[in-house]
Design a protein around this ligand. Structure first.
Ligand code: CU
Length: 181
């Protein structure tokens, strides 16, 4: 692919993602929940999936994420990945504090919304709803966009590399594209 063509594709991906992201964000009281995405199931037999969101707290008091629910799975748990003896393991994260004036960003390898007991595989391109329950803000229902199996982010990750995965997670215009590959 020529450089110009690559640049055009990158620019288009950027446009698409920024449009989607504006429609994505949900405000509930002091919280703004957005950039919600999930990875498509790798196989039709997948029993679990993971979704990732960013939660910003513009208020003056902390809020706490205490749980969730979704029609796509039997249960929703908030998990965190931890290295234990060189092995990456998932653990229930317990209550997750969204600090006043702060932000909690979920992502692969870190905090995630675990969809336990999928009712059907997650398919790329599909949008489903997840309801997150906060101590102060209450229930917040957000649309989650299903990205590719190897996606690294919702297109707004900052500063991570490119040329990996299937391109879903890349294409943000803030860093340079196409000039070195
Ligand atoms: Cu998990």
């Amino acid at each position: 692919m020529s450089f110009l063509k690559k640049a055009a594709v990158a620019a288009m991906a950027c446009f698409l993602f920024s449009t989607a992201s504006q429609a994505d964000g949900v405000k509930a009281g002091d919280l703004a929940v957005g950039e919600a995405w999930a990875r498509a199931s790798a196989t039709p037999a997948a029993k679990a999936g993971a979704a990732y969101v960013n939660i910003a707290n513009t208020g003056a008091r902390d809020d706490v994420l205490i749980g969730g629910a979704s029609a796509v799975s039997k249960r929703v748990e908030i998990h965190v990945h931890k290295h234990e003896n060189g092995v990456m393991k998932m653990r229930p994260a317990g209550d997750v504090t969204i600090p006043a004036g702060g932000e909690v960003a979920m992502g692969p390898g870190g905090l995630h919304v675990m969809l336990m007991g999928l009712n059907q595989p997650l398919k790329k391109g599909e949008v489903f709803e997840v309801t997150l329950t906060f101590k102060n803000a209450g229930d917040v229902t957000i649309p989650v966009t299903t990205m590719g199996v190897a996606a690294k982010g919702a297109g707004h990750g900052h500063g991570h590399g490119h040329g990996q995965g299937d391109g879903d997670g890349h294409g943000h215009g803030k860093h340079k594209h196409g000039t070195t590959d």
